[in-house]
Design a protein around this ligand. Structure first.
Ligand SMILES: Cc1ncc(COP(=O)(O)O)c(C=O)c1O
Length: 384
C-alpha cells in the first residue's frame, strides 16, 4: 500500500536508548546499564493507596486536569519544597508522566518554523516532539562549560524565530545541576523576552548534597514558564505514569485542552497513589539518594582511576564520561563494549550530536552489578 503517512512522524527515529537496550537481548551475559529508572520498588503506602482506590471503585474518569485533591497535594508539595506557588484550581494539571506534560506544552506553543533552544547533550525525548510539530531544535552546547548553559551562548542563539527554551536540571544524561548564579543570570536575561521557558525538573528530588532551586521560584518569569515534574524518578513510580504540569492560569487553560483531547485524564488509581506519595512519602527520595550517592562515588572513582575524563554528577542517576581519547565514535565504543566487554551503556550520540564522544552510564543498579561492570569496562579499556 502506498497511502502516505505524515513524514514528520515517519522521519522520526526510535530513541537511541531503546535501540541499544534492545540490542542487549543478543548478549544475555552483558550487564545492562542503559535504562533510566530507579531500581527501588514504589513505597508501600503508594502501592496500598492504588490498591485501595481500585477496591473502592475509585476508577472512573477524573476531571481533565486531574483530581483536585491531587492538585492540592502537588501545590502544597512544590510550595513547601521549592517555594513555587501555583493555584491548584487553575495552574496545575496532572499528566500521564512528565512525557505527556512535555507533549501538551510543545503542542500548545509551537508552530512550524519555530526555533526551540535546548542545552545539550539532553534527554532524548525532547527533539522528536519538537520535530513532530514542524519546529526546529537548536542546541546550546554545554560540553565545554561543565554542562552548564552559558548565557553568552544563549544570547548568540536567539533569532526572531526563537519561541522557547528548555532547561532540565539535574540533567539526564550528564547528572549536572545548574548553578544558582547562572539561573539568576538566565532569568534576568529572559524575563522581558517573548520566549517561553520550559523547565523539566523531574530529577529535582534526586539532587545530591545541595538544595534544588526551581525556575518556578522566580515570580518575574511566571507568566511564561511551564514547570514539568513527575513521580517516576522521585518515588520509583515509572509505570504509574503520573506527572505534573504547572504554569500561569492563562497557559494551563490551553494545555488542559490538549490533554483533554489526548488522554482525557491520567489514570485515576495512579492519581490516588500519587496523593500518598506527595503527602505520606516525602522522605522516600532521601533513602534512594543515600544509595545513589554511594554508587555515584564508586563509579566516578573507578572511571577516574581508569584515566577516563569525567565530571562528577550532582544529581539524577547518570554519569557521562568522555571517550574521545579512544578515537572511536560513541556508537562504535558502546557497540564494542557490549560485544567484547559485556557491558551495555548508551552512546552519547543518543543525546544529540553534541553528546558525540561520550557515554551515558546509569548507576541506578545494584552495587555488585556496578562493581562487575566497572571491572569489565576496565578490562575492555585496557584491551584497546
Ligand atoms: C529528563 C526527563 N524528562 C522526562 C522523562 C520522562 O518521565 P516520565 O516517566 O514522567 O514520563 C524522563 C525519563 O527518563 C527524563 O529523563
Amino acid at each position: 500500500m502506498s497511502l502516505e503517512m505524515n513524514p514528520r512522524i515517519t522521519d522520526l527515529k526510535i530513541s537511541g536508548i531503546r535501540t541499544f537496550a534492545n540490542k542487549l537481548v543478543n548478549y544475555p551475559d552483558a550487564l545492562n546499564l542503559t535504562i533510566g529508572q530507579p531500581d527501588f520498588p514504589a513505597p508501600d503506602k503508594v502501592k496500598l493507596a492504588a490498591i485501595k482506590a481500585i477496591a473502592e471503585d475509585k476508577a472512573g474518569y477524573s476531571s481533565n486536569a486531574g483530581l483536585l485533591e491531587l492538585r492540592q497535594a502537588a501545590a502544597d508539595f512544590f510550595r513547601d519544597k521549592y517555594d513555587c506557588h501555583y493555584n491548584p484550581e487553575t495552574e496545575i494539571m496532572i499528566t500521564n508522566g512528565a512525557s505527556q506534560a512535555l507533549d501538551a506544552v510543545l503542542r500548545t506553543i509551537l508552530l512550524p518554523g519555530d526555533e526551540f533552544i535546548i542545552p545539550a547533550p539532553m534527554y532524548a525525548g525532547y527533539v522528536p516532539v519538537i520535530q513532530s510539530v514542524g519546529a526546529k531544535a537548536v542546541y546550546l552546547d554545554t560540553t565545554d562549560t561543565h554542562f552548564q548553559p552559558s548565557v553568552e551562548r544563549l544570547k548568540e542563539l536567539l533569532t526572531p524565530n526563537t519561541k522557547a527554551i528548555m532547561f532540565n536540571y539535574p540533567t539526564n544524561p550528564t547528572g549536572a545541576v545548574i548553578a544558582h548564579e547562572v539561573m539568576d543570570e538566565i532569568v534576568e536575561f529572559l524575563k522581558d523576552k517573548d520566549i517561553y521557558i520550559i523547565s523539566d525538573e523531574i530529577y529535582s528530588e534526586n539532587s545530591f548534597g545541595h538544595e534544588h532551586k526551581s525556575f518556578g521560584s522566580y515570580p518575574e518569569i511566571k507568566d511564561r514558564l511551564f514547570l514539568i515534574h513527575g513521580l517516576s524518578k522521585s518515588h520509583a513510580m515509572t509505570g504509574y505514569r503520573i506527572g505534573f504540569l504547572m504554569g500561569d492560569a492563562r497557559l494551563i487553560a490551553q494545555t488542559v485542552k490538549v490533554s483533554a483531547f489526548n488522554i482525557l485524564c491520567a489514570s485515576v488509581p495512579s492519581q490516588y497513589a500519587a496523593i500518598a506519595a506527595l503527602t505520606e512519602c516525602r522522605d522516600t527520595p532521601d533513602v534512594m539518594n543515600a544509595s545513589y550517592m554511594k554508587r555515584r562515588d564508586y563509579v566516578y572513582g573507578r572511571l577516574v582511576d581508569m584515566g577516563i575524563d569525567v565530571q562528577k554528577p550532582e544529581g539524577a542517576f547518570y554519569i557521562f564520561p568522555s571517550i574521545k581519547k579512544f578515537g572511536m565514535t560513541s556508537e562504535e565504543f558502546a557497540t564494542r563494549l557490549m560485544a567484547e566487554g559485556g557491558v551495555g551503556v548508551v552512546p552519547g550520540s543518543a543525546f544529540s550530536e553534541v553528546g558525540e564522544g561520550y557515554l551515558r552510564i546509569t548507576y541506578a543498579y545494584a552495587m555488585e552489578t556496578l562493581v562487575l561492570a566497572m571491572d569489565r569496562l576496565e578490562g575492555f579499556v585496557k584491551s584497546l
